[in-house]
Design a protein around this ligand. Structure first.
Ligand code: PLP
Length: 477
């Protein structure tokens, strides 16, 4: 079984460098494989090759996330070494929730969490962390820890602060943690889409005066829209002076701290009380791995501890903290292996170099798009996401709506080529396209191809070149 699966997977991944992100086959609900995939399990055994044929067909009729020309949303790299580690972990099937059940695997998990807390985020000793299935789950665990540590006993008064560019998972986590929807405050942002620390302070002070209990400020290090990084150091000083917990959502931006530029741009991350990282984003892992690290490990344990008599044999046997007492789950896989193996196999420099390359490619893409007279590029990329749109001919709502309509047509035209995939968003009420360069397979030639596709489409949908845009002397690479 293993050999057959491995051969099929290798046939697929060997061709990934040239795979286009659009589905190879349009899914048809009446196809044999689609019918078989939704049928109930049979009474009698099936045939492995035939079942795997079904899966291969479904795979080919789906979006190719790991294609090097996929720039939509935030691409997940799908690092193969991580999949191999995961296969190993699942096949040997050790319990990953209790350290005594598999002490070595638990140590590997603690070591990658400690690497993230100290080397990546710069937190001091005394941290704890948990590997989750993604950033949403990590931010929820952080919100619960912050609530228990800082919100007091009257949850009706507990108040949370975020911005319009904060990922929706932060507000969702607050709601799930029992915070009233009306106590989730949206702090204004500046022209660079960064949270305004003075406005945040004013809101917090007004709420405190009104008898509310501000307890959590969620800052973002790399927004999903444009990669904007909130002013972390200023927000930390402001929040800590008022007794608030500072959570930083570094789901997208966090691992850029492995690079010099990223360390500068994410300055102040070490002041956070907790940080969310998404390993299936900027550490290139396949979907399904996020992380939370918490400055004061006792806060995470305090919110997640618990035990039962049926666990007396394992919990009395050792002193290392159990993953189950630092997160929501008890029984689960040894989750650290899929992180530990790639990091030890390639070494951290390989990750740093690959992220450097993405920053370079994004800077080049920005230069080229900015020089295109048909396009508007309102923000230089803080990380590896470049946003652009067709400009409005006048600053009126009517002209802006017309520009949005043409930007939507531009997007459809680009999608129709099947060669590259972008995604759209709304920023400052304007439809905006975004190109997120994050796949480890994305090289200079893929970005050049994307820029060619965009330039061709922009020629068709853009207005004639505006005279006020200086043309570059030399076309950027
Ligand atoms: C992707 C993302 C999230 C949500 O992460 P999931 O892993 O999809 O749950 C949260 N915040 C930011 C900034 C993100 O980019």
């Amino acid at each position: 079984m293993g050999t057959e699966v491995l051969c099929r997977v290798l046939d697929h991944t060997d061709l990934l460098a040239d795979r286009i992100p659009a589905p190879l086959i349009a899914p048809s609900p009446s196809s044999v494989w689609a019918t078989q995939l939704s049928a109930p399990p049979p009474d009698l055994p099936g045939d492995l090759s035939q079942l795997l044929d079904c899966l291969d067909s479904a795979r080919d009729a789906s979006a190719e996330n790991t294609s090097p020309t996929n720039f939509a949303y935030i691409p997940s790299g799908g690092l193969f070494a991580s999949a191999v580690a995961e296969f190993y972990a699942r096949a040997v099937n050790r319990h990953g929730g209790v350290a005594a059940a598999a002490p070595g695997f638990a140590a590997a998990e603690r070591s990658v969490l400690s690497w993230m807390a100290h080397q990546v985020c710069g937190l001091p000793p005394g941290t704890a962390g948990t590997l989750t299935t993604g950033a949403s789950a990590a931010t929820f665990a952080a919100t619960v820890a912050a609530r228990d540590a800082r919100a007091g006993t009257d949850l009706g008064r507990a108040t949370v602060y975020l911005s319009a560019h904060t990922h929706y998972s932060a507000a969702k986590a607050a709601r799930l943690a029992g915070i009233r929807e009306s106590n989730i405050r949206v702090v204004p942002t500046d022209a660079d889409l960064r949270m305004d620390a003075v406005a945040a302070a004013d809101l917090i002070d007004a709420d405190s005066k009104a008898g509310l209990k501000p307890f959590l400020l969620v800052a973002t290090a790399g927004t999903a829209d444009t990669g904007a990084v909130d002013p972390l150091a200023g927000l930390a000083a402001m929040a800590h002076a008022r007794g608030l917990w500072l959570h930083v959502d570094a789901a997208y931006g966090g691992f850029f701290r492995l690079t010099d530029r990223g360390r500068q741009r994410l300055d102040g991350l070490h002041l956070a009380d907790s940080v969310t990282l998404d390993l299936h984003k900027s550490l290139f892992l396949p979907f399904g791995t996020g992380a939370l690290v918490v400055r004061n490990g006792r806060d995470l344990a305090g919110a997640h501890c618990g035990t039962g008599h049926y666990l007396r044999d394992v919990t009395q046997a050792h002193s290392a903290p159990d993953p189950a007492s630092l997160g929501i789950e008890l029984s689960r896989e040894a989750r650290g292996l899929r992180v530990w193996l790639p990091l030890h196999l390639y070494g951290t420099h390989a990750f740093a170099t690959t992220l450097e390359e993405k920053l370079d490619l994004a800077a080049q893409a920005f230069t080229t798009l900015r020089a295109n007279p048909h396009l508007e590029t309102p923000w230089s990329p803080p990380l590896s996401t470049v946003a652009f749109r067709l400009p409005a001919t006048a600053p009126t709502p009517r002209a802006q709506r017309a520009a949005d309509t043409r930007t939507a047509a531009l997007h459809r035209e680009i999608e129709a080529t099947g060669r590259i995939r972008l995604s759209s968003t709304i920023i400052d009420e304007r439809l905006t396209l975004r190109m997120c360069i994050l796949s480890p397979r994305t090289r200079a030639r893929h970005v050049r191809e994307a820029l060619r596709v965009i330039a061709d489409a922009a020629k068709r949908f853009g207005d004639p070149p505006r005279r006020d845009v200086p043309l570059p002397l030399v076309e950027a690479e």
